[in-house]
Design a protein around this ligand. Structure first.
Ligand code: NAD
Ligand code: MG
Length: 303
């Protein structure tokens, strides 16, 4: 967390949500995809200095894709502080971000497993689930959170390669990971998929991405129906604009990054730390009667 951000003691402290975190305008900050959290200005808050655990996930074993940065990092920190051992997946070029997360998990006194690799093939997705289950001694929580987002104003500029990559990371990997994980999951286990406000309110510059985020919702809802009889719950989270490397690394044009979050009722982007408690809730027994749900965390935009 940068010194530009208020000193937040923990996630329970009463505050004005309008002023809790930085508001636009933000500096121009282009990065190559997939981007690094460490290069963002202001630095995102993933709860590093504030998230306080209460033992809500004691002894659970979790795999989080995209766990190096952004929402996935905030979830990894929270899960570890709630008592879970955590495996994270990320791309090899994100190793520096990932190592910060490994250190934070270990500082919480939990086991951290780093499993870099590209989710665009079934072979890797299968092996990721096997490695996570083997190194954690089982799997209780699967957070399907990695995502690809490339802004294009004109459908003519969406190449087959971009379209294919977006589908592979956001849809195929979700299917491959879920299919491989299902045999490992016991009653009480939880699958959480990161969708988006784009599922219900697609932006014209995110044609391919928005389509995948709608698919995330339908998939979570259908899979929740299949896995209910096994006592496994499946839910989706639908974030609004969140301050993560996804956006300045091609997810939005730079002018939109500079004004990011201005049009939601709370008039600023959310920080990854503001999503952590929702992922804890959906993973924990506190949400025992919640499955097939979509939880919007949008700064006030209606889902
Ligand atoms: P992020 O850049 O921090 O995380 C995305 C991660 O996806 C990267 O860290 C990377 O590890 C992973 N990834 C991308 N391509 C991959 C590949 N081929 N193989 C393996 N991993 C790959 O950004 P974030 O915003 O925290 O994104 C997490 C999720 O949140 C995504 O699913 C995104 O669609 C969703 N989301 C983000 C926002 C937002 O405004 N930031 C809004 C709604 C939904
Ligand atoms: Mg990253």
């Amino acid at each position: 967390m940068s010194d530009q951000q208020p000193d937040i003691q923990n996630q329970f402290e009463m505050r004005d949500p309008l002023r809790q975190y930085p508001q636009p305008p933000f500096p121009r900050q282009p990065q190559e995809a997939p981007g690094l959290a460490s290069a963002m200005q202001p630095r995102p808050d993933h709860g590093e200095s504030s998230y306080q655990g209460l033992g809500r996930l004691q002894g659970r074993r979790a795999l989080i894709t995209g766990g190096d940065s952004g929402i996935g990092r905030a979830v990894a920190i929270a899960y570890a502080r709630e008592g879970a051992d955590v495996a994270i997946n990320y791309l090899p070029e994100e190793e520096s971000d990932a190592q910060e997360v490994v250190r934070l998990i270990e500082e919480a006194g939990r086991k951290a497993v780093a499993l870099p690799g590209d989710l665009r093939t079934r072979e890797f997705c299968d092996s990721l689930i096997e490695q996570a289950a083997q190194q954690l001694g089982g799997l209780d929580i699967l957070v399907i959170n990695a995502g690809k987002q490339v802004s294009q104003d004109d459908i003519a500029d969406i190449t087959d390669e971009q379209f294919d990559d977006t589908m592979k990371v956001n849809i195929y990997a979700m299917f491959w990971l879920s299919r491989a994980a299902a045999p490992h999951l016991q009653p009480g286990a939880s699958v959480i998929i990161t969708s988006s406000i784009q599922a219900s309110k697609p932006s014209k510059n995110l044609l391919d991405y928005a389509s995948t985020k709608a698919a995330n919702v339908a998939f979570a809802q259908a899979l929740s129906g299949q896995l209910a009889e096994k006592g496994i719950r499946v839910n989706a989270v639908a974030p609004g604009p969140i301050w993560t490397p996804l956006q300045p690394s091609g997810g939005q044009p730079q002018e939109k990054v500079q004004q990011f979050g201005e049009s939601v009722p709370l008039a600023r982007p959310g920080q990854p730390a503001e999503l952590a408690s929702a992922y804890v809730y959906l993973a924990s027994q506190e949400s025992s009667y919640v499955t097939g749900a979509v939880l919007p965390i949008t700064g006030g935009t209606l889902f």
